[in-house]
Design a protein around this ligand. Sequence first.
Ligand code: BGC
Length: 506
Amino acid sequence: MTCPTQSAKLSGRDATPATKMSFKHCHRLQTDRGSGLSPWPAVPSTSREGSTMHAALIAATAALGGLLFGYDTGVISGALLFLRDAFALSPLMQGVVTSIALLGAAVGAGFAGALSDRYGRRPLILVTALIFVAGSLLSAAATGLWMLLAGRLLVGLGIGVSSMLAPLYLAETAPAESRGAMVSLNQLMITSGILVSYLIGYAFSASGGWRWMLGLGALPGVILAGGMLALPESPRWLAGHGHLADARRALQALRGSSETARQIEAELDGIEADLAGEKRGGGRVSLSDPGLRLPLIVGVGLAICQQVTGINTVIYFAPTIFQAAGLSSASASILATAGVGAVNVALTLVAIRLIDRVGRRVLLLVGLAGMAVSLVVLGTGFLLGAGGALGWLTAASLTAYVGFFAVGLGPVFWLLISEIFPTEARGRCMSIATVANWGFNLIVALTFLDLVAAFGRPATFFLYAALTALGFLFTLRLVPETKGRGLEDMREAWAERGHTVPQSRG
Ligand code: BGC
């Protein structure tokens, strides 16, 4: 039997309802045997248990990818105090040990997009989990500096890959109406990972147990690998590679009893139509396509904004900043640091509640405005002097700054870059934005202490405030609202901002 062509189905001129029906029927018959790529059983759409189990597994997977990201970036500040003595590290080498993971992350993120577009999201997340395990164990067992550096580099590669793949996978598997919350679970777990790393650092500091601090990252890595074995490949990736029967099965497995077979067919049709539109627009979407220019400017612009507004100066150097503000006792500054970590987690939870209701733009704009004001207060606090009430004012403004980041720029950046690019180019474009994010993370981490030494704390925080204000204007002018739209309908979000992206051609 010869099926009508995809383009006959999709072309408004040729496709009669009869052609559409016969295309669909014929196509389903031809593809229902599957490609043999699907390792998971189809879950009947009436199985409520299946639905709950898969929703829980997806959440757990997101949790672990993000948890590893947060834990491994946060743990080094506590471990460094002991690594310094164990390996007789010079200040320069301390910087290298800290930043080699960021470098690895930028490299990992650079490869992740093209590899995941080619081989699938799932196998790559699996490999990443194993890289995490290897890197954590290697650095925990390090008997020399090179072994430590190799372990941290491996962990960094894993962080880079998972920082873009976790949101990508979540966005491609979530239903449109709860995509914001699902993808932001990743940010929740990043912040939880940071908090856990502070607590573990504190718990092992008395015994100097840096090997435990670094090695514990292996545990969630093992669980992440196990979790991924039970999860399906992204239906969008499967459909894009011609495995339609597997894509339908993946959707059934992901949605379980929450959607009828008809809804699943409709979602699959939407994905197919989008992919066919991209193909008719000229085959593989090239990164030099003028239609991708604005989405890339927005993705990379937000990546830079997320870092140059200074969040990681607080995440990595909070105790130092608190001590400089006059909270001189170690316990006060540890308490304040743990407080910052907890506020980061709590306000991310608030963002998750709001993100699919009020939308991404509102959260970003409110968050950026709040960050800018908090940074001005922080700089002013340092300008007026340290200690006493001023010390606490500084601590409060720093905490408010982190809270506003957690409600906006933290989760919304990772969410938006998983939404704004066309399916065909999503992996590659997310890679570019993620590399920019890690690259600027590295630049800010390397320059912060020098900036403070050269210009003083007030000027440094005023600089971050000015950059935050620029980020506000950038968002106001360019960032589209993606709330509630299917990933296939993003061209409408761009059209609202007067822009045409590649999949709208044809
Ligand atoms: C950022 C990280 C940051 C973390 C803090 C993430 O969204 O990408 O650089 O350390 O948020 O919560």
